[in-house]
Design a protein around this ligand. Structure first.
Ligand code: NOJ
Ligand code: CA
Length: 701
């Protein structure tokens, strides 16, 4: 009944229309999209509760051979429907997702060329995409430009990091006015990238905006397949325009025939916390192909021979007296991980190709993905790990040498499958702009962007082939998440932001972790690699030096590191520190052992963008809840309200928190553990130290 009502309403508005403007409503009527062909331009604008979300913004695409689909528009047909369905992700952050929207499909002529604009309005945002079907009057479908605009207001505030720059998504966030999105401004405020001048000024997506009228937005894209990724370039007066990463010859997207763009998405919320509840991106992707079995995909927790290279700097990836991935050490890690109930152990530096200067120019000695180093006995370790119920998490650092990786892909996957490996962490470190080497069929070398169509297609190739060998992939230096993990459940996690690693070899500063949930994490799970317990005096000046680098600190507290298992969703979650550091704090480690990675429910208990956040999550396998809270450099006290608990039950709460003396800078490792019996009526205060946090395990009695 409700469904029918939406439909009639939309048709009514269309039927009454005389001024070339149509209005489509979200299912709850709060969001309105206005589509117009006034002045022969195709435009849209969005309002929520009468407040402006997006002002009149142009739509259109330019194809090869002067096919200009940006003007002379006429809407010739219009279809609409309403959709409402619940679906149940297998790998999940929440048990049930509602996919409810009103859809309008506009058939449009631009002169004699036909295109469709597909528009969906959800209660929490808007999505649209272009479809240019095969037609006689278009011979080539390569995309030269997409002119999609997002016209905001001058005073709206954006949280962004730079596109078209050297370090992919691994940047801190700048918070500026929209018109200030530029390398110059970023260099003034955050990090000097002014020398990196090949690309234009633009921001990556998801881009988070707080509008002057109080509305929060996240502009992103969904279902990025066989296309180039979207960035947002400022055009003055608060206007942003889609800029796609081009191929080295300037063409943005190369297509054999018809164009189907990714969905352009605008998530709309009344508060920063509400933004975290949107499932639009997943809703715009498809379920897995029914013929492909993904029942083998398993979530889990893993440790790694990793932090000792990147963080404590006591070992090397390459052969040396201090080589980390050696049989003896790996066995010790396996023993510790197994004893503490982990599922996997990452082993980096097991293969040939590592040498001290391996990083970061996309050239140099290419890696082998099948040949092990001498002190790594793959067969024996694989047998040992399987006896201990641990799966080795394989590692493929490509150094951004794609051809070299693709040449070995099948053999490498076969080897890993044979050795019982279930997960592979891949890596694409290449810290130079537009520097992914592509070798064409004539053997000529071209340099491509990390986020262009060449790489989008590469990531897709890897994930599809990995499924054939029942391998799940955790990509570092990935392409952004646009929800394809719904279709390819083995795309289990990814990095794609400044993660913990930077706190090892440099620093993210104390406040970055407060930006992540409101920016990058809106797109999907992150392999941030939390759980560092030795937060200072951990890093050696070099392997074997025995000299501690006193300046190296992880700007966090132990209680905050625990909270990150709740704050940051990832179906594969790492405990990143070394066993010897965990052994000093086994009581706190208990939380990492117990915390689940699959959830039934998520509740945002409080939030202020870039300042603080508290999330409660319900375990998928029990009636237990887990709560995590974080603050920026300011100390805070929260009153926690447990009214989300079952009103008829009692619970044991184990609280891991900072003490009055804890401080991220000079006393980060002091924490306390307390217990309480609580129920749905309980409320209590909790203190978060400067740069700190807390974690609570709530077990139903
Ligand atoms: C960068 C990745 O993010 C890190 O986790 C990895 O250890 C290095 N590359 C080496 O592959
Ligand atoms: Ca990285």
């Amino acid at each position: 009944m409700k469904k029918l009502f939406y439909l009639l309403f939309a048709v009514f508005i269309f039927g009454c229309n005389t001024n070339k403007e149509m209005i489509i409503f979200s299912p709850d009527y709060k969001i309105q999209v206005f589509i117009s062909t006034e002045n022969n331009e195709l435009t849209y604008s969005i309002k929520k509760n009468e407040k402006s979300v997006i002002k009149t913004s142009r739509l259109g695409i330019i194809l090869e051979e002067g096919i200009d689909l940006t003007k002379k528009f006429k809407i010739v047909n219009f279809k609409n429907r309403s959709h409402s369905e619940k679906w149940y992700p297998k790998i999940r952050e929440v048990k049930e997702i509602l996919n409810e929207y009103n859809e309008a499909i506009f058939e449009i002529l631009s002169e004699n060329k036909k295109l469709f604009l597909e528009l969906r309005l959800f209660n929490d945002g808007v999505a649209f995409r272009y479809i240019i079907p095969n037609q006689k009057s278009i011979k080539k479908y390569d995309v030269i430009d997409e002119i999609t605009e997002f016209n905001l207001s001058e005073n709206d505030s954006a949280w962004w990091n730079p596109a078209f720059s050297y370090r992919r998504y691994e940047f801190l966030y700048a918070n500026t006015k929209i018109d200030d999105i530029s390398k110059k401004k970023y260099s003034e405020l955050v990090e000097d990238i002014s020398y990196d001048s090949i690309g234009i000024d633009a921001a990556q997506t998801p881009l988070t905006i707080k509008k002057n009228n109080g509305i929060f937005l996240s502009i992103h894209e969904a279902k990025l397949v066989d296309y180039s990724s979207m960035t947002l370039a400022p055009r003055g007066n608060g206007k942003l325009e889609c800029e796609l990463y081009p191929w080295s010859d300037g063409i943005k997207v190369k297509l054999k025939d018809k164009v189907k763009t990714p969905w352009r998405t605008i998530q709309i919320a009344d508060s920063s916390g509400e933004l975290l509840n949107s499932n639009i991106i997943l809703n715009l992707n498809d379920d897995p192909d029914e013929k492909t079995d993904y029942s083998w995909v398993k979530t889990g927790k893993y440790m790694g021979v990793w932090w000792e290279m990147i963080g404590t700097n006591e070992s090397t990836w390459w052969p040396s007296k201090y080589h980390g991935a050696n049989n003896k050490k790996i066995k010790n890690y396996i023993d510790f991980a197994s004893k503490n109930g982990f599922d996997g152990l990452l082993v980096e530096g097991w293969n040939e190709g590592w040498y001290p200067e391996w990083c970061c120019k996309g050239d140099g000695i290419p890696f082998s993905f099948t040949k092990s180093l001498n002190d790594f006995n793959f067969k024996k370790l694989s047998k040992y790990s399987s006896q201990k119920n641990i799966s080795i998490v394989g590692h493929h650092e490509t150094g951004g040498q794609i051809q070299n990786y693709e040449n070995q892909l099948e053999e490498a996957f076969k080897l890993y499958q044979m050795m019982g490996v279930k997960y592979i962490k891949t890596g694409y470190v290449n810290d130079v702009s537009k520097n992914i080497k592509r070798i064409d069929i004539n053997g000529n070398i071209h340099r491509e962007w990390h986020h262009g169509q060449y790489m989008i297609n590469h990531f897709k190739k890897v994930i599809s082939l990995a499924a054939k060998y029942q391998l799940s992939i955790i990509t570092h230096e990935p392409i952004k998440d646009t929800g394809l993990r719904r279709t390819y459940p083995n795309y289990i996690s990814r990095e794609g932001a400044k993660g913990q690693e930077f706190n090892g070899f440099s620093s993210n500063g104390v406040n970055h972790i407060l930006d992540l949930p409101f920016t990058r994490l809106l797109s999907g799970p992150m392999d941030y690699t939390p759980g560092i317990f030795q937060l200072n005096n951990f890093r050696y000046t070099q392997p074997g030096s025995g000299v501690i680098d006193k300046n190296a600190i992880v700007p966090s507290t132990i209680a905050k590191e625990l909270s990150l298992y709740i704050i940051i969703y990832s179906p594969m979650q790492m405990a990143a520190d070394l066993p010897k550091h965990y052994k000093k704090h086994m009581e706190a480690f208990e939380f990492i052992k117990n915390v689940p990675v699959n959830w039934d429910d998520k509740i945002i208990l409080n939030s202020k963008i870039s300042e603080y956040l508290t999330i409660a999550r319900k375990d998928s396998k029990s009636e237990n809840w887990y709560v995590g809270g974080i603050t920026d450099e300011k100390p805070r006290e929260f009153e926690l309200d447990f009214s989300f608990l079952d009103p008829d039950a009692e619970y044991d709460a184990k609280i891991y928190s900072d003490t009055e003396n804890t401080h991220w800078k000079n006393n980060p490792m002091e924490y306390k553990i307390s217990s309480k019996t609580i129920n749905a009526k309980s409320k209590f205060d909790i203190y978060l130290a400067p740069g700190g946090g807390f974690a609570i395990e709530i077990v139903k009695k």
